[in-house]
Ligand binder design. Structure first.
Ligand code: ADP
Length: 311
């Protein structure tokens, strides 16, 4: 049995390093980095780095879809994507003068036939899965309740789902009768969901998580960046306190946290161990330049500095 990660709208991410970025002029770039991107693929890479058994799935198409598969092959990561007619997208980040300018393609439009076919593909992959993680937004063409349907299929097979999405996709799931086991909003996503500004005030967070929108969701883990996390597990509430660390690049820390949650479930960790595992991985990602990468040499030292307290 293994973990199934789902990335419905992956990308080939390109990072251009420029000393200066000239608008309306030619910018020549020698420092180029290309990688397989998308939140689900970050989760996938971290799971591989912590030695979990997994299969990556989702939708890919065209040359860039092939590039993603070849990158996963290079990392010895098992994958089984569904091939679409459209072309997998590029996302470009231009790093200049300490700034980051991003150009994000919306990606291919998925046909109804492809959307239906993927559901069958997903269902067939569930037979070997003990946990599913679904990350990121749904591509255009698919209904905003597409994740509701994937969760319904997984729940029917009693395979728990860890869902990390935002906006309408998340709202549709929470309003539906098909609940994931875990969601991991950050504080901005939680504020957007509830339509009110939340900060890191613990009383407000605790009250927010009592909203009926979360009924039936076993775990709500709100990540709080440098402040750790706030979590609800059924009727228990926890604050995760983390030490101050020097960070290099926090992009992908939430995905790394999701990898920790998924892995903690497969390892049957208790609440405290699961929350520590998830936060250490988020922190380790923030200490690296590469998104969706952790250096496990520092795992134990950080793990021992994290406190989980009931609130
Ligand atoms: P997201 O990427 O989804 O916005 P967060 O920024 O909350 O998620 O990060 C997820 C986790 O990674 C946090 O709960 C924390 O454990 C760790 N983390 C992120 N940023 C920092 C930081 N600046 N310092 C220490 N830990 C961090």
């Amino acid at each position: 049995m293994s973990i199934l990660t789902v990335t419905m709208n992956p990308s080939v991410d390109i990072a251009y390093q420029l000393s200066t970025f000239k608008l309306d002029d030619v910018n020549r770039v020698s420092n180029v980095n290309k990688s397989a991107g998308g939140k689900g693929l970050n989760v996938t890479r971290v799971l591989k780095e912590i030695d979990e058994d997994l299969t990556a799935t989702g939708l890919v198409g065209g040359d860039l879809g092939n590039y993603i598969k070849s990158q996963l092959d290079q990392g010895a990561i098992h994958h089984d994507f569904y091939q679409i007619k459209g072309n997998t997208r590029n996302c470009i980040a231009i790093l200049h003068e300490g700034l980051q300018t991003e150009i994000l393609e919306s990606g291919p439009t998925i046909s109804d036939v492809e959307g239906e076919a993927f559901k069958n593909h997903f269902e067939s992959l569930l037979k070997d899965a003990e946990v599913v993680s679904i990350s990121g937004s749904t591509p255009s063409g698919l209904a905003t309740d597409y994740y509701v349907e994937l969760i319904m299929i997984a729940n029917a097979k009693e395979v728990p789902v860890v869902l990390d999405t935002s906006g309408e996709s998340l709202r549709q799931v929470l309003l539906s009768g098909h609940k994931p086991k875990v969601i991991k909003p950050n504080v901005d996503e939680l504020s957007q969901l509830l339509g009110r500004e939340l900060d890191k005030d613990l009383n407000l967070l605790k009250e927010a998580l009592q909203d009926s929108l979360f009924n039936g969701v076993e775990w709500v883990i709100v990540s709080l960046g440098s402040e750790g996390a706030f979590a609800k597990h059924n009727d228990l509430y926890y604050k995760v306190d983390i030490p101050t660390i020097d960070i290099v690049n926090p992009v992908g820390s939430g995905d790394s946290t999701v990898a920790g949650i998924v892995s903690g479930i497969t390892r049957n960790y208790d609440d405290v161990a699961l929350l520590k595992h998830a936060n250490v991985l988020g922190m380790l990602n923030a200490q690296e330049e590469i998104t969706g990468h952790v250096n496990l040499n520092h795992y134990e030292a950080l793990f021992n500095k994290i406190q989980v307290r009931g609130v």
